[in-house]
Design a protein around this ligand. Structure first.
Ligand SMILES: [Zn+2]
Length: 271
């Protein structure tokens, strides 16, 4: 059966290559024991480039070293809303210096989950970093947990910025508002869970030209690997889910989402 006549289920299982994991915390300690093996499995699974966003300033050095030692890894520096209290007095100057070797500013955003830092504190940290990204002409990697509406309203004050709303799980209307402002939508393991019906229905109706594929490893493990650490090799399963939902060959999804990542993060020109 040729790829063109195969059913969507079969098409999705064909091997894919040229994948880009647009969001993976490969510097995390969860990979300290077997990072090389994880990267070899990713390569075998067709993943050729990985964007590694920061979360805490405490680990900016670790992130820099990890990306320096492994070709195909591209760092993004920033302060995640849950780690704002890890900043020291020199954080802005340190961040500005690191951003000269960064494909994006991130991950940054707002988080309204239990135990998150004070909302006003988060808004200030988010706005400061959005202003830095705009000044430097860098794309942003956005985190929005239980706060997507406020993130969208905040972005309206920074028109002209580009970036990706990572781990998107909003409505079609919210997706459209983000796309209208020039933002892409990052999709990961959540999509592979059969019970994520609302998200799957939304994604089936989004233009592939606005999507990025991501694992968010070591977190957000796809369906089929319950209770285990996520890793970038599983990106092919996210691509397969996208292919099934959209009745499009997996290689086509892989090609377009990889091109979207190359363009947004200027990976072609990155050192
Ligand atoms: Zn993340």
């Amino acid at each position: 059966m040729s790829p063109l006549t195969a059913g969507a289920e079969n098409v999705a299982k064909l091997p894919v290559h040229g994948l880009i994991d647009s969001h993976c915390h490969l510097d995390d300690a969860a990979f300290d024991d077997d990072r090389d093996a994880v990267l070899r499995r990713a390569e075998t699974a067709g993943v050729c480039k990985i964007v590694v966003p920061a979360y805490t300033p405490k680990h900016w050095g670790r992130l820099k070293e990890t990306c320096r030692h492994h070709p195909g890894l591209y760092p993004a520096y920033g302060v995640h809303p849950l780690y704002l209290n890890d900043r020291d007095g020199a954080w802005e100057a340190t961040l500005a210096a690191l951003l000269t070797q960064s494909v994006a500013l991130g991950e940054i955003g707002l988080d309204a989950s239990d135990g998150a830092p004070d909302a006003a504190h988060q808004r200030a940290g988010f706005a400061t970093q959005l202003a830095m990204a705009r000044q430097l002409g860098l794309p942003v990697i956005l985190h929005a947990r239980q706060s997507l509406e406020e993130v969208i309203l905040t972005l309206r004050r920074f028109l002209g910025l580009r970036g990706v709303l990572h781990s998107f799980s909003g409505s079609l209307v919210q997706a459209q508002r983000l796309m209208d402002m020039g933002f892409l939508l990052g999709l990961g393991g959540a999509l592979t869970h059969p019970r994520a019906q609302r998200l799957r229905a939304t994604v089936a109706n989004l233009p592939v030209e606005s999507l990025l594929a991501e694992t968010d490893a070591p977190w957000q493990t796809p369906h089929g690997h319950p209770g285990t650490r996520n890793e970038p090799a599983y990106l092919s399963e996210i691509i397969a889910s996208l292919a099934q939902l959209r009745h499009t060959p997996a290689q086509e999804i892989a090609r377009i989402t990889a091109q979207n990542a190359l363009t947004l993060f200027h990976l072609q020109d990155a050192p």
